[in-house]
Write a protein that binds this ligand. Structure first.
Ligand code: FES
Ligand code: FES
Length: 198
């Protein structure tokens, strides 16, 4: 058995350290992370938005909100808190109101997504809820308005707009820093008779 000396221990240690410091294929690892594939963070995602199909390569952690705003330039949907507290990012998915900042794009592939841009045709008349918000002067800065309108349309469809209290309760997930709440209630009451409950 070889004699164990301080020199042999140091030499063996240095050899092991050298083995551990073999060149690390950093580029290859980064490439693998960035490309599409089973072990990649990037996925090919098919989104159906306002009746149009979009094929995107997205980081799997991309929210619907960021896919809309950052990848498709559909900036009508607003980012307020980005953590599910303000309702500014409300869209409809399969006809139901959803907070797009809390929804991963990969989780809603192929499902129908409707945003404020698709609520009325580009050259056509405004949706009755959009018209009502204008008629009732239901906004000031307007930042919360797309989320409020999408939520209000769903609120009426759900049958949750029968009186003022119910409207306030079922619209309570949408915040307005300009405090246009009384006029928002008035707008929903104006439009509700023109919309079909679910
Ligand atoms: S941005 Fe989604 S709830 Fe505020
Ligand atoms: S109109 Fe300004 S936040 Fe609602």
């Amino acid at each position: 058995m070889a004699k164990l000396t301080r020199r042999t221990v140091i030499t063996a240690g240095a050899a092991m350290a050298g083995a551990a410091l073999q060149p690390v294929p950093l580029l290859a690892r980064d490439d693998a992370r960035e490309g599409e594939g089973a072990h990649s963070n990037v996925a090919r995602v098919r989104l159906m938005i306002n009746g149009r199909e979009h094929q995107l390569s997205l980081d799997r952690r991309t929210t619907v909100l960021d896919a809309l705003r950052e990848h498709l330039q559909l900036t009508g949907t607003k980012k307020g808190c980005d953590q599910g507290q303000c309702g500014a990012c409300t869209v409809h998915i399969r006809g139901e109101r959803v907070l797009s900042c809390l929804t991963l794009a990969v989780a809603v592939q192929g499902q129908r997504i409707d945003t404020i841009e698709g609520l009325s045709p580009p050259d056509g008349p405004l949706h009755p809820m959009q018209r009502a918000f204008i008629d009732q002067d239901a906004f000031q800065c307007g930042y919360c308005t797309p989320g409020h309108i999408m939520s209000a349309v769903a609120c009426v469809r759900e049958g949750h707009a029968r009186n003022d209290d119910e409207i306030r309760e079922y619209m309570s997930g949408n915040l307005c820093r300009c405090a246009a709440y009384p006029k928002i209630v008035a707008a929903i009451k104006q439009a509700r008779g023109l919309l079909e409950p679910a």
